[in-house]
Design a protein around this ligand. Sequence first.
Ligand SMILES: [Zn+2]
Length: 185
Amino acid sequence: MALAGCSEAQPANGPAPEIPRLIADRFAYPVGPGESVTRARDKKDEWYDAQDFGENNHLGEDWNKNSGGNTDCGEPVYAIANGEITYAADAGPGWGNVVIITHTLPDGTEVQSLYGHLKAIEKTSGTINLREKVGTIGDGNGRYICHLHFELRERHCPSWDMVFVGYSPVSYGWVDPSGFIDKRR
Ligand SMILES: [Zn+2]
């Protein structure tokens, strides 16, 4: 009976079950059917990057449909990899609805993808899979012609998990989204 006290110290239901972590082992572009769209095929497939990363100090890419104007309003936007939604809100004038997904790469490194000017948000929290719908393309609360503002951030980004500015001459922490995806498709 010497161990009677010890057995009571055991948790009633054993250790908490480990929550499986989605690993981002593969990436794809956030727009277009299947996985057919790439920046290398701008204007050859249905979509193009109208303002590239770094152009005019742009911290992301602006994805538009070739058909122009607002013909892409309401088109689906997809998660570029497995991950977890860590931000989903109306970020105010100029941004509209924004979703940020945190991705864990196979080596444990974390990156974030940001989807801006969304018309609607599909899901506001929890895990999300590669090519699962994030929301739809919008106009940033009426500020722009419809397009997707798309960013890719590294862990040391000063606006990790936040909406900040879409343009800055200091891009430390942001990476070229298409370049990143192309290496991991
Ligand atoms: Zn933009």
